[in-house]
Design a protein around this ligand. Structure first.
Ligand SMILES: C[S@@+](CC[C@H](N)C(=O)[O-])C[C@H]1O[C@@H](n2cnc3c(N)ncnc32)[C@H](O)[C@@H]1O
Length: 382
């Protein structure tokens, strides 16, 4: 039986998952505040009680902190921020309700802004609590989502195990235009029991080829499985693997917009400066654990991160025919590489006189990698 996450201290794996979620929310919210959306919605479908046993904030309190940090701008722009917290365990929701009450009391008594003293009149938050099974709840909300596709939404699905984001739920998630999602999955369980009829009911994963030479890369295989479900749909997925107690868990991120994935990768590369995808040494990169090779006869690749070496080779090949900065932006994020990293590689290639440029006049060292670039340029390898 799964141990109750809220009755223990959040372990390192849980903490990094929550950090990833928090930092993404911090990037995501301002996008829609600056666009002056009328309503922004956040759904925490597996909310828990709000904290761990030592009072460290879980997803609901993280959400409240992040939206509270934006409340002045929300009020100025007349934006309603609606949040739904759900958990099947009614006792947890009762504790969460108290935690939320405390948060709002502290928030309003801080008198940070004029409107804080009268939160009932002007507080921009609408908070709803429910105690339902995710499956029923999601089906109901899904119809509402379909009928209000213009509303920006963040959906957090912090399940235990694997079964709640079944193939059919995943397909519903990716059918939504402005709903970014993050879900958590116990990848090791999925790998261990992938032939079991019980699991095959939810996900047809018996075809997944896990890499036996690198068992710790199993979340990459699971990510590729979800990617295969996109078929030809233009949709942007990201992933992050988390190792805890010898097992691998992971996060799958999705957005209908490239900016969503760009921001997810910014956060992922902030948390993992080597590969942007894990809290452990996934590829046996000696540099990652601070060991440097003294083999000076080679090109120094022994001291490089394997994923980046592979990416650079792919990028060089991709640039052989000349590519627009928009194409390179998409190539970078679709390969799970942050735009900052791709900029660094291009800068080095330019310094080595390996690149030639076309299109609008440009500044040296600027590549304008964006989905709507301020200048349109092309870059080709010489
Ligand atoms: C990983 S914990 C969530 C932790 C929470 N997000 C946090 O940061 O503290 C998973 C939660 O899912 C709840 N849960 C289990 N089955 C559920 C279901 N079918 N529908 C909704 N919630 C469920 C559990 O009670 C548990 O609180």
């Amino acid at each position: 039986m799964t141990k109750d996450i809220n009755k223990r201290n959040f372990d390192e794996g849980t903490s990094i998952k929550l950090e990833l979620f928090k930092l993404y929310l911090r990037e995501w919210l301002p996008v829609f505040i600056s666009k002056k959306a009328k309503t922004i919605e956040v759904f925490d479908f597996f909310a828990g009680s709000g904290t761990d046993v030592n009072g460290n904030p879980g997803s609901p309190l993280i959400i409240l902190n992040e939206i509270s940090n934006q409340c002045e701008k929300l009020v100025q722009n007349n934006i309603r921020l609606k949040v739904l917290f759900n958990d099947l365990d009614g006792d947890k929701i009762d504790i969460l309700s108290e935690n939320i009450g405390e948060h709002l009391k502290t928030c309003s008594s801080s008198s940070k802004y004029d409107f804080c003293t009268n939160p009932n009149d002007s507080c921009p938050f609408e908070i709803k609590l429910t105690k339902e099974d995710f499956k029923d709840l999601f089906e109901r909300w899904y119809n509402y989502f379909l009928n209000s596709q213009g509303v920006p939404r963040m959906l957090f699905i912090d399940q235990y195990g694997i079964k709640h984001v079944s193939e059919s739920i995943f397909k519903k998630l990716i059918s939504l235009r402005h709903a970014d999602f993050i879900f958590f999955i116990s990848t090791s369980y999925l790998k261990r029991f992938k032939e079991q009829p019980e699991f095959l009911k939810y996900l047809s994963i018996n075809e997944i080829e896990f890499d036996s030479s690198n068992p710790y890369s199993c979340h990459r295989a699971v990510f590729n499985y979800y990617k295969s479900l996109l078929a030809s749909k233009k949709y942007y997925l990201g992933q992050f693997s988390i190792r805890k107690n010898g097992n691998i868990y992971g996060v799958i991120f999705g957005s209908g917009h490239p900016l969503g994935l760009k921001k997810f990768l910014d956060v992922a590369w902030k948390l993992d400066v080597h590969t942007g995808e894990t809290n452990f040494d996934i590829d046996n990169d000696s540099v990652r654990v601070g060991q440097y090779s003294l083999d000076f006869d080679n090109d120094g690749s022994a001291n490089k991160v394997k994923k980046l070496v592979g990416y650079e080779l792919d990028l060089l090949k991709y640039l052989e025919d000349g590519r627009s900065n928009i194409e390179i932006y998409l190539f970078s994020i679709e390969n799970g590489i942050s735009i900052k990293k791709t900029n660094e590689i291009l800068k080095r290639l330019e310094e080595q006189n390996m690149l030639t440029f076309g299109g609008e006049a440009r500044r040296k060292g600027a590549f304008y990698l964006d989905f709507e670039p301020e200048k349109k340029i092309t870059i080709k390898i010489l």
